[in-house]
Design a protein around this ligand. Structure first.
Ligand SMILES: Cc1cc2nc3c(=O)[nH]c(=O)nc-3n(C[C@H](O)[C@H](O)[C@H](O)COP(=O)(O)OP(=O)(O)OC[C@H]3O[C@@H](n4cnc5c(N)ncnc54)[C@H](O)[C@@H]3O)c2cc1C
Length: 392
């Protein structure tokens, strides 16, 4: 039997689940299709902090607070950071940013992706106007005159005014509709792990730019740090395969022993790095959001924050009592959000390129630039304000 909704969302990741919650709170009926077994996310929080964490900006926290979920995240496990320290391997300039400089309580919070996702799902479960379609995915999309219809692998036939693809980088819906993507490969892999350090992380997000790629240490609530070490693919493969003791030493050296020795490390995971922007975010009654629409380098910790900014913008536009599909409104959404994410994508690519330069003249210019930022409270405020407000 055919089931009808105002909105269908494919993908119950952080962006899809937040979209479903925001639209359900605005009174829309929502069908949420997810290929994974979401029940695996239930239950008690694991003792060990998961490897996959995100720096959640204050702007994203505001959205999550308004949706009533942020408290349930922070009451379980979350680590606020108050400072950022950024420097380059070639040069002495160090840029330091703090929440006090722009008069906010903290610059961001490090949260496990699966914790945030499971809290969102718990909230969705209690809403009568949300229905889950778990462990299935869309096999076909048909754009009808005034509806969009999908078939799923579990033989469900679902219809809605609007279909939102929040199914991540490799979006199946984007592929099914043959929507072109502009993309690039950084030929790098990001290594992710949680590590124990000799010295306390000072609730600071640290980033050292090496010519081979950025290395970040993000503070976790249990005193560990989550590292994101981006390096050219071949070098990253070597690092991923090193015996643990050798890896710990190379990591501490790459980080100039700023937090002393690395005394333990979790399992390492590698993520190939690329960027992409879908050329069209709105095709008929299908709208792309989050990583399905855009993907950036993780060096600025903005990927999911840009996705949350998509949700915040959509929630304001799709007001309670109005139709879910309003072509002019959704075109406006596409124009506004695409402009912002394209700017962010190019900015992060340019930053990565700038920090990869080894030529002495360019190193000099880069160091001079970093010193100017460090000495200018106005520039620092501007940098910080764009970071905490998700680039806008
Ligand atoms: C190393 C690394 C570090 C990062 N650090 C940060 C950070 O600090 N801050 C930050 O803002 N961002 C960060 N990011 C980016 C961030 O992880 C992503 O932007 C974010 O996960 C995107 O969320 P999403 O919900 O759009 O997509 P996803 O997280 O990919 O979720 C997609 C969901 O859709 C489901 N799905 C996929 N295909 C289908 C299908 N065919 N049918 C049904 N369901 C489907 C998946 O199972 C999943 O649940 C980082 C990324 C990397 C790689």
């Amino acid at each position: 039997m055919k089931k009808k909704f105002d909105v269908l969302v494919q993908g119950a990741g952080m962006v899809g689940a937040t979209t479903a919650l925001a639209l359900a709170r605005n009174g829309f009926s929502v069908g949420l299709v997810e290929r994974q077994n979401l029940d695996l996310l239930n239950g008690l929080l694991a003792d060990e902090i998961d490897n996959r964490v995100s720096a959640i900006s204050p702007a994203s926290q505001k959205l999550l607070q308004e949706l009533g979920v942020w408290h349930d995240v922070t009451s379980q496990r979350c680590s606020d950071y108050f400072k950022m320290k950024v420097w380059h391997e070639n040069g002495s300039a160090l840029m330091q940013f703090s929440s006090e400089q722009i008069g906010i309580s903290h610059l961001g919070s490090i949260v496990e992706n699966r914790l945030l996702q499971s809290v969102l799902l718990q909230h969705l479960k209690h809403l009568p106007n949300v229905q889950f379609f778990k462990q299935q995915e869309v096999t076909s999309v048909q754009q009808l005159d005034n509806r969009v219809q999908i078939n799923t692998t579990a033989k469900a036939v679902l219809e809605a005014e609007l279909l939102i693809a929040a199914d991540g980088r490799g979006s199946t819906i984007r592929e099914l509709l043959n929507l072109p993507v502009t993309s690039g490969n950084y030929a790098q892999t990001a290594i992710v792990a949680n590590v124990n350090t000799e010295k306390f992380h000072e609730n600071t997000a640290w980033q050292r730019f090496l010519t081979t790629g950025p290395l970040a240490f993000l503070p976790l609530s249990n005193g560990q740090s989550s590292i994101v070490w981006s390096a050219d693919t071949e070098r990253a493969d070597e690092l991923l395969q090193l015996p643990e003791e050798d890896f710990r030493l190379q990591l501490a050296e790459a980080f100039e022993f700023r937090l002393g020795q690395i005394t333990a490390t979790s399992q390492r995971m590698g993520f190939p790095l690329s960027w992409h922007t879908a050329d069209k975010w709105l095709e008929g009654r299908v709208l792309l959001m989050g990583d399905a629409a855009h993907g950036v380098h993780p060096l600025a910790g903005q990927g999911v924050n840009l996705g949350f900014a998509d949700v915040a913008a959509l929630q304001i536009l799709l007001k309670p009592g109005q139709p879910a599909y309003q072509r002019r409104v959704l075109r406006g959404f596409e124009r506004q959000r695409k402009a912002e994410t394209v700017t962010a994508t190019h900015l992060f690519s340019a930053l990565k390129l700038c920090y990869a330069q080894e030529a002495p003249l360019l190193c000099g210019v880069r160091n001079a630039g970093m010193s100017i930022v460090e000495k200018s409270s106005i520039i620092k405020r501007l940098v910080l304000q764009s970071a905490v407000h998700n680039m806008s």
